[in-house]
Every structure is written in C-alpha cells, then in structure tokens.
Design a protein around this ligand. Sequence first.
Ligand code: UDX
Length: 434
Amino acid sequence: MRLTVIGTGYLGATHAACMAELGHDVLGVDVDPEKVAALSAGRVPFHEPGLPELIAKHTASGRLRFTTSFAEAGAFGEVHFVCVGTPQRADSGAADLGHVDAAFAALAAHAAPDALVVGKSTVPVGTAERLARTYATEVAWNPEFLREGFAVEDTLRPDRLVFGVESARAETILRAVYAPVLAAGTPLVTADFPTAELVKTAANAFLATKISFINAMAEVCEAAGGDVRTLAEALGHDDRIGPKFLRAGIGFGGGCLPKDIRAFAHRADELGVPLTFLREVDAINMRRRDRVVELARELCGPDVLGARVTVLGAAFKPGSDDIRDSPALAVAARLRLEGADVTVHDPEAMDNARKAFPLLGYALSLEDALRGADLVLHLTEWPQFRAIDPERAAALVARPRIVDGRGVLDADRWAAAGWRLWALGTPAPVGEGH
Ligand code: UDX
C-alpha cells in the first residue's frame, strides 16, 4: 500500500521505517526541511537503537522517502498516519493540538477524497470525532505505545493493536496495513473513537501511577526505616502486581508520561470527572527530585555552595538521548542555582543537555566527570554507571560520597570501597566516606 506518515519525530520516523519494513511504500512528511534532508540521507537526528539501520535499508531500497510537500503527500497516499507532537500548553497543562490540526487541515486540502487519515498522536478524548467533523475526512484512531529505546521492536512486535474506527472500511484498511503484525498473532482491540483515544491516556496514567505508588512507598521506607528495593522485590512476586514499573527512584520524566497525565487530568476536569489522584501522582513524582537535592545537602554539609557535584546521567532514562523533562537535569540545574559547581556526564545525551542547559559543566569521559568531585549523584541508570568500579572511582574523587537516585548500585560493595552511599528509598546512608 502507499502510506504517508506526517511528522518525523520519534514516533513518526519509527512508524515510517517500520511500515516500509512491513512492505509498504512510505512517504514521510515533515515541515522541517533539515529533518527531511537528514532522514533522506539515512541519518536519524536522535538516538534510537535499530532505527538508523532500518531507515538506511529502506531509503536505499526506495520504499521509504521523505518530503516537506503536503501536495506530494496528498497525491501519493492511500492512507495517511498523523504522528505529530501534542506538547503541553504552558498556561493550563492541556495538550496543544496545533500541530494535529495543521496536519489534518493540510491533508483535507490535498488528500484524495477516499483517503483514510489515521491519527496516532496522543490526544485528549473527543479529538478524533471533532477532527472528522471539522475536516470532513474519513478518520481512524490508532494509538501507539512505543517506548523510547525499544521503538522499533514495540512497533513491529507490539503487545496489542488498537483500532478506533467508525466504519467497516476503515477497519479493513487498517487490517491490511498491519497484516503481517496481525498474522504474527498480535491481539487486536477494535473500539469506538473515545475508547481508542482513552486506551493510550489510561495506559500512561496507569504506568505513572505504578511508579509513583512505589515512590510513595519509598517515602514511607525512608521515614520508617525500611528498604524500598526489597519491598518492591517482594511485591513484584505477586502475579497480580508484577515486577515491571516498580522501580523506585528519582521518578519518571520524558516526553510522554509527565505531560500526558497532566493533559488527562485537565481533560477529565473538563468532562466533570476530576481525576484528583493524578495530581498526587504528579506531586509524588516531583517530590523525588526535591529529595535528591535534600540528600545532596545532607551529604555535603549545611549546603552545597561551592561543592563540586558530578551528575551521572542527563537522559530521562537509559538507552535514550532524550532530555525532555529529565529528572537528572532538573536536579543538576537546581544544585547549580544553589551555588554548586555541577558537572554532567551522559553516554548519549550530552549535546542535547548542553543546548538546553548551557550553564552546567560537562565532562566528555566518565573519568573526567568523577575527578575531584565532592559528591556524585547517580541519576540515570545507564549500564556504564552500574559497571563503575567503586574502588577506582574512589581514587578519582575528592570525597567518596554518592546519592543513588535509581537504587541500583550495590550499596555494600560501594561502602566496602570507602564510599558513603545514600540510596533513595532507604532511611540513612551506608559506609563511612570522608
Ligand atoms: C512511555 C510509555 O512506556 C510508552 O508506552 C508510551 O508510548 C510513551 O511513554 P517512554 O517515555 O519511552 O515510554 O519511557 P518509559 O520506559 O515508560 O519510562 C518513563 C519514565 O519512567 C522514565 O523516566 C523511567 O526512568 C521511569 N521509570 C520507569 C521509573 O522511574 N521506574 C520504573 O519502574 C519504570
């Protein structure tokens, strides 16, 4: 089939490449000529494992092209996937649908009359129906659930497909688009528009709630003398709870969970169904950042003024160079404002971090980052950081003191190497330090 994909960010670029992999002829469309030029040359402007190879393969095979022209897209596509961003509005926390509306308006002007326009962007419930009415287009809603770092895998082998459709024709077309994925046994849920839109927001709200639940338990453990890592392990053995998304730490960030729960809470208010618990989920999450700053102060003495603080991690999670709403950088910036001399190191996200936070210091190597530090904060759990040899690291720093903001370092081993280590979700530091 001939498909277009409007928007070539994480979602769109991945979707376009994966649709080509499924055997379709795909035209990716973006208003940014630089992105289009990079992707056309097989270059991916962000870190996503497996995606550069897939894009190079299909731009070379001719099955995948990119353009800035909606006229070209309209003439080419039988099915158009809208994958543009829905950022958070600064005034209210609601989703900004400007890009979605612009894409639908452009398609309404250029697409063939019988083309199907499929929304994939995360939108407030009620949007699909409004778009279908406003732009007099046949619409379907097909939310995505891909995780950064696993985007290709999650698109080609998803846990489920969700088709929000209002006609048998739309369902037939989507079944044809995803035929190889369905043939592999992927569960398919067909739904009306509101339900399909809600699956995405509800899934993200549930995941955020699970993380904030265990982080609330971390607060209780800190106060009561427990250890949240052991608590989470024991809870996770219960099949009904499960171990995933039960890692306590500095909390969730990124381009999706924080903004999506705020947009959901805002939309629910409009509908007269206040989801007040989501505000608490958000508040618990933000409190974890405060707690890391508090622990930094505790370990440094009365304040962090003048202390040389090394922040390990800038990406919002390992496996990504995405720094949107990164808890690690939020803490780094706070400490710098309090007068600390902050140096950041991250295996992939240095360029993005430097652009967004030019006043922080950056070290290109892990060794340079550790050298002379008065305090180390472990805030993004890259495997490289987990593999640090605490004895070698102790020889580099000025004072061996570390906050484990992800609760994954072996506290006894670090303490044995002379460190004073304080893990979030535990009541007190272990080890002596100096
Ligand atoms: C998320 C959803 O998982 C995905 O389905 C949706 O399509 C987009 O949003 P992503 O933002 O890529 O994906 O990251 P995810 O792996 O879900 O992690 C989100 C944040 O939660 C990260 O900051 C991560 O460090 C944090 N997290 C995750 C925890 O703090 N504890 C956990 O147990 C799991």
